[in-house]
Design a binder for this molecule. Structure first.
Ligand code: THU
Length: 133
């Protein structure tokens, strides 16, 4: 497995954020997801005039990868245009729970490149997942 450099992954998330389609909120989010082979999947939030179909950057990245047949992930980096740390919403945490293990790493970066590191288990404890059915 390729070693993950969190700063590199944050840089990729910033690149992804440039592709955000967010005319309604004006809030851009970028995500960079890395699989266990070291391949990176970029995601940006994509909004909609009808609001509900809006998809977060994290889910765009995850769904891109899953639709390419990839389901083994190591980490995701997330950045938001607000400048503060942008943590994944509840829906995205649930989607991570579907495909990622407890030790999946989540890096949040603020505008000064300070990085907070969490595991999925830390951000989404006592959750419901595929093994609970
Ligand atoms: N958003 C994300 O893309 N990821 C998050 O973790 C939080 C929120 C998006 C959804 C919407 O397009 C905008 O940010 C404002 O909520």
């Amino acid at each position: 497995m390729k070693k993950i450099n969190e700063k590199e992954l944050v840089r990729e998330a910033r690149k992804a954020m440039e592709r955000s389609y967010s005319p309604y909120s004006g809030f851009s989010v970028g995500a960079a997801l890395i699989d266990t082979e070291g391949r990176i999947y970029h995601g940006a939030n994509i909004e909609n005039a009808s609001f509900t179909p809006t998809c977060c950057a994290e889910r765009v990245a995850i769904f891109k990868a899953v639709s390419e047949g990839v389901k083994d992930f190591s980490a995701i980096a997330i950045v938001g245009s607000g400048g503060n740390f942008t943590a994944p919403c509840g829906v995205c945490r649930q989607v991570m729970r579907e495909f990622c293990s407890d030790d999946f790493e989540i890096y949040l970066a603020d505008k000064n490149d300070n990085i907070k590191k969490y595991t999925l288990a830390e951000l989404f404890p006592e959750s419901f997942g595929p093994d609970d059915l």
